[in-house]
Write a protein that binds this ligand. Structure first.
Ligand code: AHR
Length: 319
C-alpha cells in the first residue's frame, strides 16, 4: 500500500519532515514538494487532508510534505530542501506576501517550476519566478462577507474585524474587499476595531475578548476565517451575550464548524474558500513538466452561505 502523509506526519511533528521522505527516482512518478505553511485552522487541515488523500490514492504522483509552523524561515528552508532533492515541481502557500525572491530564484536556477497554492505574493515579486497561482479571489470574498454581515445587521452598526496573519495575502485582500464594500456602500456602518487574530481560534478569541472589554457597543464581527469566528463566538458567550443575535458574525472558509454554528443560530454567514486543491496542483504540475503553458491565476469557484439555508447546506459540506 502507498505510504500515507498521515504516517509521515505522525513520524515527526518537526519543522521539516522532508528529509525522512526521499524524492522518487522513478521517472514515471511525478514528485511534488509541498511546503505547507502550518496547521493553524480547520481549513488548513482540510487542505492537508486533501493532499494526503490524493497521495494515498495515486501511484503516479508523490507529494512530499513539510510543515513550516507558520514561520517563513522554516518554509524557505523546506523549499530549499526540495530544491536539493531535485523534485519535479514545488508547490507552497506563501505564509506572507513578501520575501520570496531569493528562494524562488534558486528554484528557477535549478529548473524546478513553482506553483503558489491558496495564497499569493505581492506585486513586487517578479511574476516570472513562479509558474502560476491556484487560489480563491480574496478581495471578492471580503466583499461578499461585507454584504452578508451588513444584511444581518440590518444595514447599520459597529463592526470588529478580526484579521488573519499579518502580511498574508488572504488577510490583506479580504480586508481590502471588506473595507471597500463598507466604505462605498454603508454610511451607517463603522469599523471600530481591526486586529490580527493570526487565523487561529485561540487568538481570534483573545482579540474578541479585548474588544468586548473596550467597546460598549459591538453589532457585528467579520473574521477573516471561520476559526477566528468560532473563537469570537466563545468570547461573546463568555461575556454573557448571544452570538448570532446580539452580535452578528460572518467568517470565511466554509468549514463544517461554521455550518454547525449557523445551524445553532450562533453565526450568520460564511464565504467559502476551496481547500481541495490537490487535483488542480497535480494537473498543473503535469502541464508544467510537459512544457505546456498554464494560466497565471487558476481561480477557485467559491460559494456564499448564510444562516438562512445552513440546515440544508450543511448536508452537502465535505470539510
Ligand atoms: O490562505 C487561506 C487561508 O489560510 C484560510 O482562510 C485560513 O483559514 C488559512 O489560515
Amino acid at each position: 500500500m502507498k505510504k500515507t502523509l498521515a504516517a509521515v506526519l505522525s513520524a515527526a511533528m518537526a519543522v521539516s519532515m522532508i528529509a525522512a521522505v526521499p524524492a522518487m527516482a522513478d521517472d514515471d512518478v511525478l514528485t511534488i514538494g509541498f511546503a505547507q505553511l502550518g496547521a493553524e485552522s480547520g481549513w488548513r487541515d482540510a487542505e492537508t487532508n486533501d493532499i494526503n488523500t490524493y497521495n494515498e490514492e495515486h501511484d503516479d504522483v508523490e507529494f512530499l510534505f513539510s510543515d513550516a509552523q507558520q514561520q517563513q524561515a522554516n518554509q524557505i528552508d523546506n523549499i530549499r530542501s526540495y530544491i536539493q532533492q531535485g523534485v519535479d515541481v514545488i508547490a507552497f502557500p506563501p505564509v506572507v506576501e513578501t520575501g520570496w525572491e531569493g528562494v524562488l530564484q534558486e528554484a528557477q536556477d535549478a529548473g524546478i517550476p513553482v506553483i503558489l497554492v491558496d495564497r499569493g505574493v505581492d506585486e513586487n515579486t517578479p511574476e516570472d519566478l513562479y509558474a502560476t497561482v491556484i487560489s480563491s479571489d480574496f478581495v471578492w470574498e471580503g466583499g461578499q462577507a461585507a454584504q452578508l454581515l451588513v444584511d444581518a445587521m440590518g444595514g447599520a452598526g459597529k463592526v470588529v474585524e478580526l484579521e488573519g496573519t499579518v502580511g498574508a495575502s488572504a488577510a490583506n485582500e479580504r480586508k481590502e474587499g471588506f473595507d471597500k464594500y463598507i466604505e462605498d456602500n454603508c454610511p451607517d456602518v463603522e469599523i471600530i476595531e481591526s486586529q490580527s487574530g493570526n487565523f487561529t481560534r485561540a487568538e481570534g478569541k483573545e482579540v474578541m475578548e479585548a474588544a468586548l472589554k473596550s467597546y460598549d457597543e459591538i453589532d457585528g464581527v467579520f473574521a477573516h476565517n471561520d476559526d477566528m469566528a468560532l473563537g469570537a463566538i466563545e468570547a461573546i458567550k463568555e461575556a454573557g451575550l448571544k452570538p448570532g443575535e446580539d452580535i452578528k458574525i460572518v467568517g470565511c472558509d466554509g468549514i463544517m464548524g461554521a455550518f454547525e454554528a449557523m445551524v445553532a443560530g450562533e453565526m450568520n454567514g460564511t464565504v467559502e474558500c476551496n481547500p481541495c486543491l490537490a487535483a488542480q496542483i497535480v494537473e498543473t504540475a503535469q502541464k508544467l513538466v510537459a512544457g505546456e503553458e498554464v494560466e497565471k491565476w487558476v481561480k477557485s469557484n467559491d460559494g456564499v452561505f448564510s444562516a438562512d439555508t445552513a440546515e440544508e447546506d450543511i448536508k452537502t459540506r465535505s470539510y
